[in-house]
Ligand binder design. Structure first.
Ligand code: NAD
Ligand code: UDP
Length: 324
């Protein structure tokens, strides 16, 4: 098939964890993929294998500034944003800008190209939730002026702006609320619990559990997340949809599972709980099940094995770094 006949999709945040897996998926579906990233938290190694393909292009660009793409676009996936708490605490203004100005630029681009756009929202729009599991109808409990507010409020603004383009301009929009997702290509030192614990365990260091470890999360393996996003993009549903794995556990249980899965004998140490750290998080995935016929397929045992294998295969000097 000629390059011009393929569906064309722009993926922002393409060099990041989720963005790079989405590039792989849409290449596999025979799309022409245009990746865009300013590399602020991403890594070109995540997409290096795509550079030789004729149906992949990459542009290094900050999407908080005007975004220009030549030619037709059928779809846009807006995944550019710092995503781990230590990233968005270190670059709070860029985080607010990419969720607000960046989203506005991409909605404008979608409108000018008559493209369908899917934006990456987050379970953080629920803040420290007072209902569990969290259904899409829950309005959340976010502290706008706390340290996490820069991320949570940018994503809440992103959702409001996306719905305004849908309702006012009739743009085809989709909103995915992503719950904690993990897998190969996570950054070893991004500060999120899972890569941190795996690196600590593989190095035989103590695992740093924050607080008493009774806070809960529900971890979704990346291939399940990508499948959910793919189905949502191709659906006709414009309101937000949760995609995540409802298999909830405490962070202390997660730390212990990782120690067991690596076969190491690391200890656990307890550090201070970050400000506004949500006490519980578990998606209600009824909508994804009924609308998209989607549910997670990969067990934590299997997902952890694949993720640990990825980290083990990294160059030793990266694994031995102590900035996690
Ligand atoms: P990531 O940090 O690995 O990837 C984000 C990518 O966006 C990076 O490559 C970064 O360089 C790029 N980026 C950031 N600001 C940019 C800008 N202004 N212009 C261009 N590129 C920019 O994070 P991730 O885990 O892959 O997250 C991707 C998206 O999914 C984010 O929008 C995040 O909010 C959302 N999300 C992820 C999770 C998760 O568990 N991974 C959960 C909820 C939401
Ligand atoms: N966490 C931890 N030790 C770490 C990193 C994180 O105990 O070294 C905790 C963190 O406080 C939170 C949970 O693990 O309660 C998940 O944190 P993560 O940053 O992965 O994601 P988020 O808080 O955004 O869900």
């Amino acid at each position: 098939m000629d390059k011009q006949e393929k569906k064309r999709i722009l993926i922002t945040g393409a060099a990041g964890f989720l963005g790079s897996h989405l590039c792989d998926r849409f290449i596999a579906e025979d799309f022409h993929v245009i990746g865009m990233d300013n590399l602020i938290t991403g890594d070109l190694r995540n997409i290096a294998h795509l550079f030789k393909l004729p149906n992949f292009e990459f542009y290094q660009h900050d999407v908080s500034k005007f975004v220009h793409v030549t030619g037709q676009l059928d779809y846009i996936l807006h995944f550019a944003s710092p995503a781990s708490p230590i990233d968005y605490l270190q670059i709070p203004i860029q985080t607010l800008k990419v969720g607000s100005l960046g989203t506005h630029n991409l909605l404008g681009l979608a409108k000018s190209k008559s493209a369908r756009i899917l934006v990456a929202s987050t379970s953080e729009v629920y803040g420290d939730p007072q209902v569990s599991p969290q259904p899409e109808e829950y309005w959340g409990n976010v502290n706008p002026v706390g340290p996490r507010g820069v991320y949570d409020e940018a994503k809440r603004f992103q959702e409001a702006m996306t719905m305004a383009y849908h309702n006012f301009h009739g743009l085809e929009t989709r909103i995915v609320r992503i719950f904690n997702t993990y897998g190969p290509r996570m950054r070893l030192n991004d500060g999120r619990a899972l890569p941190t614990f795996i690196a600590q365990a593989l190095n035989g260091d103590a695992l740093t559990v924050f607080g008493d470890g009774t806070q809960t999360r529900s971890f979704c393996y990346v291939s399940d997340q990508v499948e959910g996003i793919y189905r949502l993009l191709l659906s006709d549903y414009a309101l937000p949809v949760n995609i995540g794995n409802p298999d909830e556990l405490t962070i202390l249980e997660m730390a212990q599972e990782i120690i067991n899965a690596t076969g190491k004998r690391s200890k656990i140490v307890y550090n201070a709980l970050p400000v506004d750290d949500p006490k519980q998080r578990r998606p209600d995935i009824s909508k994804a099940k009924s609308l998209l016929h989607w549910k997670p397929e990969v067990s934590r045992a299997e997902g952890l094995q694949k993720t640990i294998a990825y980290f083990k295969a990294l160059p030793q000097e990266e694994l031995k770094r102590k900035d996690f």
